[in-house]
Design a binder for this molecule. Structure first.
Ligand SMILES: [Zn+2]
Length: 116
């Protein structure tokens, strides 16, 4: 990649990051910084187990997610309202970043049908 193009891409990524932070409320930023769960070893293992179980395809839009860091292991029932379900493997699903962002703190399951 040409250096100029790369530096433009980096700048664009930084701008997106800054934009997303600027749109957050002070409470959301505080929660992000103090959210030990998302950086815990427990969550890392749960995430790996969920990806091993379901694969790397977004369950909503069916997009293949190529990078580990782009895979969103989502809580079907959000942690915010159902904190007791945060470690429940049955409450987890695979989403891409966009689908997870659109879902936000709502409850929506895209798990494959359990009737099969
Ligand atoms: Zn998706």
């Amino acid at each position: 990649m040409k250096p100029l193009l790369r530096s433009l891409k980096v700048r664009s990524a930084k701008r997106q990051f800054v934009n997303s932070i600027e749109k957050m409320s002070a409470n959301e930023i505080a929660a992000l910084i103090t959210d030990d769960f998302m950086v815990s070893e427990e969550w890392f293992v749960l995430k790996a187990q969920t990806i091993a179980k379901y694969g790397c395809t977004c369950m909503k839009c069916k997009k293949q997610i190529k990078r580990w860091t782009h895979i969103n292991v989502d809580h079907i029932k959000p942690r915010k309202y159902f904190p007791h379900l945060k470690n429940d493997p049955n409450n987890l699903q695979i989403l891409c970043g966009m689908c997870n962002k659109n879902k936000g703190n709502t409850t929506a399951s895209y798990l494959p049908s359990e009737n099969s």
